[in-house]
Design a protein around this ligand. Structure first.
Ligand SMILES: NC(=O)c1ccc[n+]([C@@H]2O[C@H](COP(=O)([O-])OP(=O)(O)OC[C@H]3O[C@@H](n4cnc5c(N)ncnc54)[C@H](OP(=O)(O)O)[C@@H]3O)[C@@H](O)[C@H]2O)c1
Length: 311
């Protein structure tokens, strides 16, 4: 199979390229990013899909600067909404399957019953990034219509190289904390910390299913596994507040600094994150769930070279 990855240089894209390079069913990996793939250019997706004819496109490219999205919602809608629709239309036109990566921020996180969000729960984004990503999901669904072969994968709170992720920010702040100060940690925002390589490996398994005829794909999926089509929630198991995520990072890194829980409202930022947009994970193609986020974080901090000293 020929598998294309958009946002190939990003956090998820980097992990996807590594996972695809090791996958036996993949004959060729097409790594698409700026300037060849441009979310601002309405002709970009069609041009690439028509020329390279991938069997599956994993659309990880996005404008992930949530505060930037809040400041320019029109551009957010262009990059995270309309461009997804254009990629979906190109895939339908040329017979490619599409995995569109979306976010927990399609939910308002205002639920008070403590339950995590399932794929069928009603989205209600509270910020520009979430509204644009939801528009992207919907445009992709309209483009595919009754045609199967669209997987929408929502995920959350990605960590992993490259770039400065949440654990790296916490380690850098802890290491530069003035004597006598406490590290302020947001205790009332919850999500699913998710290790990009774990998500990438699950997406590669989904891409593998996409390449098989329906009967073979059903047979390949374990009894409780899922097929390719539809909405998937792929996150590491468990949930955390920002403060819990930070404390586990500090513990695993062997850093002991004073901490102080604060409400999210004390951080002034352009985008308002949903308070409790925790996803209920759906089974992977093999019927299992991703490991606990704490286990993934331990592996990352031990081997993923989060070079916080350099920050
Ligand atoms: N990060 C998270 O916590 C998180 C949570 C939930 C869902 N997601 C979703 O997961 C996916 C992957 O996220 P990520 O963390 O890997 O994001 P990322 O590291 O910011 O990567 C995004 C990629 O998209 C590219 N891109 C940005 N603007 C573009 C444009 N105008 N045209 C073409 N490409 C452009 C970026 O290229 P440059 O680097 O050159 O700008 C980068 O390669 C996205 O769909 C995101 O919405 C992420």
């Amino acid at each position: 199979m020929r598998v294309a990855v958009t946002g190939a240089g990003g956090r998820l894209g980097t992990s996807l390229l590594a996972a695809l390079a090791a996958a036996k069913f993949v004959a060729e990996v097409l790594a698409w990013d700026l300037p060849d793939h441009d979310l601002d250019d309405p002709a970009s997706a069609e041009g690439l899909v028509a020329r390279h004819r991938p069997d599956v496109v994993i659309h990880a490219g996005a404008w992930t600067d949530v505060d930037g999205c809040a400041r320019d919602e029109g551009l957010a809608m262009r990059r995270n909404g309309t461009a997804v629709g254009e990629m979906a239309e190109a895939c339908v036109r040329h017979g490619a399957r599409l995995i569109a990566v979306s976010t927990n921020e399609v939910f308002d996180g205002a639920r008070t019953d403590g339950r995590p969000y399932a794929p069928n729960d009603e989205p209600n984004p509270v910020n520009a990034y979430g509204r644009a990503k939801l528009a992207g999901e919907r445009m992709a669904r309209v483009a595919f219509g009754p045609v199967p072969h669209l997987a929408i994968v929502r995920t959350a709170w990605l960590f992993g190289a490259p770039g400065v992720d949440f654990p790296m920010k916490i380690l850098a702040r802890a290491r530069s904390l003035p004597d006598g100060d406490a590290l302020k940690l947001v205790a009332d925002e919850f999500g699913n910390p998710t290790y990009a390589p774990d998500l990438a490996s699950a997406l590669v398994d989904l891409a593998d299913l996409a390449g098989r005829p329906a009967a073979a794909a059903a047979a390949a999926a374990a009894p409780h596994g899922r097929g390719f089509d539809g909405i998937h929630h792929i996150v590491n198991s468990g949930m955390a507040s920002r403060a819990e995520f930070a404390r586990e990072t500090l513990r695993l890194a062997g850093l002991s600094v004073p901490t102080q829980d604060v409400p999210a409202a004390t951080w002034t930022r352009a985008s308002t994150p949903p308070a409790r947009a925790v996803l209920a994970p759906t089974p992977l193609p093999n019927g299992e769930l991703l490991r606990a986020w704490q286990a993934a974080l331990a592996v990352y901090l031990a081997t993923g070279s989060p070079n916080a000293e350099a920050q």
